[in-house]
Design a protein around this ligand. Structure first.
Ligand SMILES: [Zn+2]
Length: 312
């Protein structure tokens, strides 16, 4: 039913119980896509956990072993801000495997979506802010090692700055990092991305889109990446509990569609990941993430020639 694959695993759930991070959202999004007939069973594909050699292209051996064995220190646990469990470790291994798979499928089909990932606060040697493994960084390095891509861009639209991703790629000219975020919000320390678009509190649809979309178009023309990874946070939403921007649902969909159109009209494949979303009503977070896939379907429909060209 969809012109691209959706990467999903039932064990994406981070096993957090009652927590501001709604870790049931992964399952709710998958169920919504099926129930509303946006996707059929044949559209989904299950990832394998990311291979250790790919994780080690980004993360230190010590951090990966701590996650594997559950030997995080108390201060590492506090920085991570989620309780450690073997289920959490399994979920982030799968999320990273999912982003690798989504990257590969995007190169084949022009577009692919991982219904997890976007854990952009994870650094090479520690986790932060609900993010243990930087799945997008792992996927980019994995695809580069397999010689499937040379250059990638990360367009990070989560309301929070993409600090881990910016730091991991700070000296890597083959990866362009772009982060549009609320300046006055977590994380306190924001290492520079290649392009930061910091926004004031309370910014609404029009101002947001006019900051983001021309910047994306101009960077794509200049940098000419082989793949775009989209970190599509639902948390710039006006009713988000951890965000202070005021985007509407339709503004967020216009954000997604604008970025996808900019990439696909230049024949650049797009792989999407979810990132954050803490709306008071979890249904809103689910709907915003679902709209990212609907936006992708609409762009694919408007640009069939570009999609076919990319899949040859
Ligand atoms: Zn966020």
């Amino acid at each position: 039913m969809l012109p691209f694959k959706v990467v999903y695993h039932p064990r994406y759930d981070l096993n957090l119980g009652p927590h501001v991070f709604p870790s049931q959202k992964f399952r709710l999004i998958q169920e919504f896509l099926i129930r509303e007939k946006i996707a059929g069973a044949e559209d989904f594909i299950e990832p394998a956990p990311a291979p250790e050699e790919d994780l080690l292209r980004v993360h230190t051996r010590q951090w990966i072993d701590k996650l594997k064995n559950g030997t995080l220190t108390a201060s590492e646990m506090m920085k991570l801000e989620v309780p450690y469990s073997p289920e959490l470790a399994e979920a982030v291994w799968l999320a990273a495997g999912g982003s690798i798979l989504a990257g590969r499928l995007a190169l084949r089909d022009g577009f692919a979506s991982n219904l997890s990932g976007g854990f952009h606060h994870a650094y090479a040697s520690h986790g932060e802010g609900f993010c243990a493994i930087n799945d997008v960084a792992v996927a980019i390095r994995s695809l580069q090692a397999a010689r499937l891509i040379k250059k990638a861009i990360v367009v990070d639209t989560d309301v929070h700055d993409g600090n881990g991703t910016a730091h991991i790629f700070r000296d890597d000219p083959s990866v362009f990092t772009l982060s549009i975020h609320q300046e006055n919000n977590y994380p306190a320390h924001k290492p520079p991305s290649d392009l930061d678009l910091p926004l004031d509190d309370g910014v609404e649809d029009e101002e947001y889109l006019s900051a983001l979309l021309p910047a994306v178009a101009s960077v794509l023309d200049r940098f000419c990446p082989d793949l775009l990874f989209y970190v599509g946070g639902a948390d710039p939403y006006l009713e988000d509990q951890l965000g202070g921007l005021r985007l509407s649902k339709s503004g967020l969909k216009a954000r997604d569609k604008g970025v996808f159109f900019a990439a696909r009209s230049r024949d650049i494949p797009v792989a999407t990941t979810l990132a954050g979303g803490y709306a008071r009503r979890v249904e809103d977070t689910v709907r915003i993430h679902v709209n990212t896939l609907v936006a992708a379907r609409e762009v694919a429909g408007e640009l069939p020639a570009a999609r076919n060209a990319a899949s040859q």
